[in-house]
Every structure is written in C-alpha cells, then in structure tokens.
Design a protein around this ligand. Sequence first.
Ligand SMILES: Nc1ncnc2c1ncn2[C@@H]1O[C@H](COP(=O)(O)OP(=O)(O)O)[C@@H](O)[C@H]1O
Ligand SMILES: [Mg+2]
Length: 323
Amino acid sequence: MTMVRDTTASASGRPLIRTDLPFPGRREGKVRDIYSLTTEGKDPPRLLIIATDRISAFDVVLPTPIPGKGKLLGEISTRWFSFIRSLNLIGDHLLATDASDLGGLDAEQRSDLEGRVMICRAADVIPVEFVIRGYLAGAGWNAYAQSGSICGVRLPAGLRRAEKLAKPIFTPTTKAIAGHDEPMEYEQACAVAGRDVVDRLREVSLKIYTAGAEYALARGTILADTKFEFGYALDRDGRRTDELILIDEVLTPDSSRYWPVEAYEPGREQENFDKQFVRNYLQALVESGKWDKTPPGPELPREIVANTLARYVEVRDRLFGTS
Ligand SMILES: Nc1ncnc2c1ncn2[C@@H]1O[C@H](COP(=O)(O)OP(=O)(O)O)[C@@H](O)[C@H]1O
Ligand SMILES: [Mg+2]
C-alpha cells in the first residue's frame, strides 16, 4: 500500500500526490482519487473521494504538488456544504469527512488521509457543469470580447474585463471525460440533461451562487464565478433514482474565482485567491515557447508553489477564519 509523496517537508504535513488504498474501483480525477466503498447492498453505494495535493491548470495535471492544498480544499468544501444545507435548496452527496471509520487502513494511511476525505453518496453524474458567473472573467470574458455573448447569453456592449454583471448568468460547459470542457448553450444543456432538470438546477445554482457571493463579500472576498456538478442519487441496487443531489466539491478556489475586494478594479485582470496565479506563470511559459499546454506540464518553481498555497490559505481564512 504505497502512498506516493513528495519528499519535501512542509508545515502543513507531507504532500500527498497519489493514493493507493485497499478499496475497489480506484479512479483518478485530475485532483482527487476516488474509490468505491462497499455497503454490501445494505445502503446505497458510497464513494471515498480524497483531495490530493495535485494541481491542474489548462486541464493538465502538473508534476509539482502544492503541499497542503488538498486539506484546504477539503475544509473549504465542507464548510460550504454546511452553508448550502442551511439554504434548503437541494440535498447533497456528503455523508462524512472522517477517515477514522474506514476499515483496512494502517495508521500511516489514516494520517495521510486526515482532512482530505469525503465519504459521499455515489451518483449518476449529469454531464453538464453548471457554471455561474457574476463577473466577466476567464473564458467568459474571452467569449464576450470576441462575440458579445457567453454560451448564447447576450450581454450589453461596452463591459470591461472583470466587470460585475447586472445579474449572475448561467453559462454551462460540457463535462469532458478527457480534455477540455467546452461551452454549451442552454438548449444544448437541455438536450443532454432534460429541460426541467436544467431549469431546476440552474435556479438552484444561481441561488447558491448568490447566497455564497453575499457571504463571501461580507468577508472581503468577491466570488466572481463558480461551477457546480449534480447527479442522481443511486438506490441500494445501484440504480439511478429521481433524487437530484449536489455532488463534487463546492465553492472551492479550484472550482471558483475569488478576488480580494479591496483590490477590485474592473478593466484589468484581478488579484486572486485561486489558480489564476499558476495559470499566469504557465501562460508566460507558453508565450515564450517553453510549453504548449499539453502533458506533461512543467515543474513549478518553489516561489510559485509557496505563493499559490498562501492564496488558498488566505481565502480559507477570510471565508471561515483561521484554523
Ligand atoms: N457523488 C459523486 N458520484 C459520482 N461521481 C462524483 C461524485 N462527486 C464527484 N464525482 C466525480 O468525481 C471526480 C472528482 O475528481 P476531480 O479530480 O475533480 O476530477 P476531474 O478531473 O473530473 O475534475 C469528478 O469527475 C466528479 O464528477
Ligand atoms: Mg474536478
């Protein structure tokens, strides 16, 4: 049972790059490792989702981990799940965050998993990412600058980069198995997931975004945009039920753009508490011909790693206080 780790010591514990645990159904997302947990047909199927310290940018997993990032993501996501529960809009997949109940692990494995674990209801995943934008940034800004609209949503002329939108908009993307997520129009999302479902989940996503953005703003942080994933809960026999649930991670700096409000100024790129810092570093490599956005990604220098981690810590501290 090897756990692959980086050898550099770090204040936030050993970096976790990859897990190899004695559970079936191992899958690897870009950032998280996923296993099936047996429920012996007594309960609906469960998943064990582990946030590693891997980081991806432009859909490429980089060779350098960000030590402690997985724990921060786990903490931020868990806090937001309880916030979202209090809104009473939709159920979610989160059952537990404690690795100590898992059988078959040794002490070292348990300690590696500390703070990184989500035990979840398994879902039949809807292959649409419910992207909500309150501000004009990233791919949304690029699309607007080219065409004046994003995912078929027409916007007024003359908006600046990072400008706040009159109201948040739904700009779905595909959920690609491999490669890049592509923008979808509302009608395409309906063709994939059904109009009633898209309408309901769009409303839920907009309400969560709006409540989350308000909470964040009161704590000095702009939640510029985010994406949600949903699925149908499974029954004891692993069959899909009609129950729609919120899955995956929620409102983390990996799935969202967060900006410090005191530095906010439309018309330019914003200071940020998310992956934009790493993207900017990589973009400079692309522009100087040193990388072409295909795997393998380049190693990150030490100061980029430290600075990226500091941003994740800062947003956690602003949103939920220091821990
Ligand atoms: N409750 C769930 N049931 C099934 N799949 C889930 C659930 N929650 C999250 N997932 C999936 O687990 C994966 C999480 O790993 P991640 O590293 O984020 O992968 P990705 O590279 O697809 O972003 C995602 O593909 C997500 O759709
Ligand atoms: Mg993901």
